[in-house]
Structure formats: C-alpha cells, structure tokens
Write a protein that binds this ligand. Structure first.
Ligand code: HAM
Length: 433
C-alpha cells in the first residue's frame, strides 16, 4: 500500500544517515557560544499570539502573512516564527533580568512561517540563536558579531559577506519616517495593498516588502543612515572601530532594515552567494526597546539567529566535509538461540563503555547476519556459538582488513576490545591524514 499522507509542503525530514550534518553544525555553534559565555535556554514551541504581535510587530510580513495561529479553548496561540520574542519572554518571566547583567543565552529551535517554499526557504526551519540582555555598549554588538563570525569560520564556510547598518532609535526614526512618507506619498497608488496601509503606520516596512514592484519603488528611498541622531551615529562608529579591531571584514549596507519591528541601532546580516536567492545565513541586531515594550524595565538587548538548513546547504554547496558519524564498532552474531543471552551480556558490557554494539534481534541465519553487519558498516564482527561459549574464546574479525584476532570472553574482554577498537580508530585517522 502506498503512503497517502505526505509531510506538509515546506517541511523536511532529517533521516538518520544525514543527521551527522546537523550534529556538526549544532556542535560548532554550541561550543563557540559556550566560549563566549552563552548558556542554553529552551522555550515553548507556541506562545500567546499577542507576544509576537507586540514584538515582531503588527505591520511585518511575519505577523501579517506568515504566522501559524490557532484558537484553542478560546485562547489564540501561534507557533513561534522566531526565537527572540519567546526567549525574552522567558528571561522576564523567570526573573533572569533581575540577576547579574548581562544575561546571555543561546537556543536551537524550530520556527514556523507560512512562506512560499523554495530552496533554503521552508515553512518549518531551524535556528541557532543567541540573545544578550543588559548591555547598551557597542562592544556587546561587536562581541555577538564576532561569535557569529567564529561559528561561520569554524564550519569552514567561505564566500560570506557581513553587512551592517544602523536603523537608529525611536528619536531619529521619527524624522526618518517623515522623510519616507514624503518620498512614498506620490507613489502610493503603485504600492501593493499591504504597503499602502504601512505608509501611515510604519513606512520603513515598505523597504523590505517582497513584491518586486514595491522593491523597485523603494530603490531610491531616503536612507536611515542620513538621519541618525548623534548617539546612534556614535554607537555605529564605535562598532565599526571594534570590528576593525577584531579584523572582522564588513560592508555598510544602508538598505538593510530587517523584517522584524523590534530592532534599534545596529542590524546585521551574513550573506552568501553560494545558495541562491535565500542567501542570508544569519541575521540579527539590537533591540533596546523590546523588553520595556513587553512590560519590563527598560533593558538594552541584542542577538542574532542563523538558519541551520541554510548553513548546511552552504556547506554542501561549498564541498565542506562534516564531522563523520560514529559507526557500529561491533556486530555480534549468535549462531543459535542458546548464544543470544551471551551476546546480550557481551554487548551490554561494551555499551557501558560507550561502544556501539549490535547483535541479532530478528532471528536471521548466520549468512544474512553477516550481510546485515556489512550494511551497518560494523568495524568488527564476532560469531558466537557453542564452541566459543564453552572455550570462552571467540574470533574478532576486522571487516576492513579481513584480519581475525582471538579474544578471550572473560573479565579481560572489555579492556582487550577497547584496546583493539581504539587502535583501529587511530589507524583510520592516520589514513585520513
Ligand atoms: P530572521 O532574519 O527572520 O531573524 O531569521 C534569522 C535566520 O533564520 C535567517 O537569516 C535565515 O538564515 C533563517 N530563516 C529565516 N526564515 C527562514 C525560512 N523560511 N526558511 C529557512 N531559514 C529561514 C530572526 O528570526 C531574529 N529573531 C534574529 C535575532 C535574534 N535578532 C535578534 N536576536
């Protein structure tokens, strides 16, 4: 019978043979973030819809067009379209913003946005992200950009460009909004319906509308960098100085405004040309007003998130190798039912030491057990029958070289197997070099 129910459009399965790619990226990100003092946080997959309306913003594409929301028992919930809002909510709700500042957390989570699926754009995707609360200084901006850059470099990703911009604070943005309104006013009729309504409420959102007509109209719109107040301009200059100091290359792109409403001052993106149209592998910035907006004390904050699928596709397209998965160390082949309890015990003793060991659990004959062990890619196999059990000796076969070594099935078994297996792993490494 054929499977009639398929996974929803824009979602992906990661099958076991590909999981090592995810582990490579997640491990690199976790380790780098830990070195910068970020600790992991886990938050719910869904939140009250209002959280996203008030943070991501009512006039953004994400809130207006892309959220998956349900009304359950009269409450409106939304699958998180990103990680910042929920993380900040969690920091507030758990009293972490009353503790020593800055608070620094990272997360690995799935996000949901009803976008048109294409390569690198999914409806369920995954982010690694960090958030830092409690610093208003540009050194914090440089610190998180440095972390993002370290992760990208550790993974070996090439051909990326870091683009930075400042989108100012509410003070300078008021002037900028006036200039934008003036610019768009006589072109209003040509804008898409959503942007027409944005013109009054939040004209900056027109700048990142995905409609080609709106993008064309927005091409010559005034630039926020020309409207920055002294404080924002100074913050931006200092950030550039710090990035130069760290030897992190960047370009100032005054057109980056980001698609989420909470940003203030610094915004940035790491973009690659190697994965087609959806080339932004990381996006972030400062959001000094968000915590207050959600009902907390005024607390500056900032962060970034990387799309894990996009990092993986970039690595694949650039031919970068991933950390290889651990393979099966030993396959034990019991010749008959009598040998099964012995196989079980031997397997358990090695598993306790962290080895991957398997034995037959489906009742195969010896020949097909060997075929299966081959499929598993087991480094060693060991046949277990009456002879082996009585003599307490078995033959360990190295599947690559065909070499067989006798091994005692007594209290020395685990230690002897460890020595042989570790020696073999070491051989593999030397061959790779
Ligand atoms: P964002 O730019 O919306 O920012 O998303 C961050 C990253 O998630 C993007 O650069 C991209 O790599 C990935 N991404 C976004 N949408 C999709 C999609 N539909 N399919 C696949 N990957 C996608 C945020 O979400 C902010 N919360 C980042 C942040 C954290 N800012 C401050 N702190």
């Amino acid at each position: 019978m054929a499977l009639t129910i398929k996974r929803p459009n824009g979602t992906e399965d990661v099958i076991p043979k590909n999981i090592y790619k995810w582990h490579t990226v997640e491990r690199a990100a976790r380790e780098a973030a830990s070195g910068y003092g970020f600790r992991e946080i886990r938050i719910p997959t869904f939140e009250n819809t209002e959280l996203f309306q008030r943070s991501v913003g009512e006039t953004t594409d994400v809130v207006q067009k892309e959220m998956y929301s349900v009304i359950a028992k009269e409450t409106k919930f939304t699958l998180r379209p990103e990680g910042t809002a929920g993380t900040i909510r969690a920091l507030m709700q758990n009293g972490l913003l009353n503790e020593a500042m800055p608070q620094k957390v990272f997360y690995i989570l799935s996000c949901f946005r009803h976008e048109r699926p294409q390569a690198g754009r999914l409806r369920e995707f995954h982010q690694f992200g960090v958030e830092m609360a409690g610093s208003s200084l540009p050194s914090a901006d440089a610190d998180i950009i440095s972390l993002a850059s370290d992760i990208i470099n550790t993974l070996g990703i090439k051909n990326t460009e870091l683009k930075i911009n400042s989108i100012g604070c509410p003070k300078c943005r008021a002037e900028y909004h006036k200039a934008l309104k003036k610019y768009f006013e006589d072109k209003k009729d040509k804008l898409c319906e959503t942007c027409q309504s944005r013109l009054e409420k939040n004209p900056m959102r027109i700048l990142d509308c995905k409609s080609p007509v709106c993008s064309e109209i927005a091409k010559d719109a005034p630039l926020i960098l020309d409207y920055l107040c002294d404080e924002c301009a100074e913050h931006f200059e200092k950030l550039k100085f710090y990035l130069d100091n760290l030897d992190i290359k960047y370009t100032v792109d005054p057109k980056i405004v980001r698609g989420l409403d909470y940003y203030t001052k610094t915004v940035f993106e790491f973009v690659t040309t190697d994965i087609g149209a959806q080339g932004t592998i990381c996006g972030g910035g400062r959001y000094d007003g968000l915590i207050e907006q959600l009902g907390g004390q005024k607390t500056p904050a900032l962060g970034f998130a990387m799309g894990l699928e996009r990092l993986i596709i970039t690595m694949e397209n650039q031919g970068i190798s991933f950390d290889s998965d651990m393979g099966c160390n030993l396959y034990i082949a019991p010749m008959d039912d009598n040998a099964v309890p012995h196989a079980m015990k031997l397997a358990k003793s090695l598993r306790d030491e962290g080895f991957w060991v398997e034995y037959d659990v489906v009742g195969r004959g010896l020949k097909s057990q060997m075929k299966y062990s081959d499929k598993l890619g087991a480094t060693f196999t060991m046949v277990l029958g009456d002879n082996e059990i009585t003599s307490k000796k078995a033959r360990l076969k190295n599947m690559k070289s065909g070499e067989e070594i006798e091994i005692a099935l007594d209290s020395s078994f685990v230690q002897n197997f460890s020595n042989i297996a570790v020696g073999e792993m070491f051989n593999g490494v030397l061959e790779d070099i």
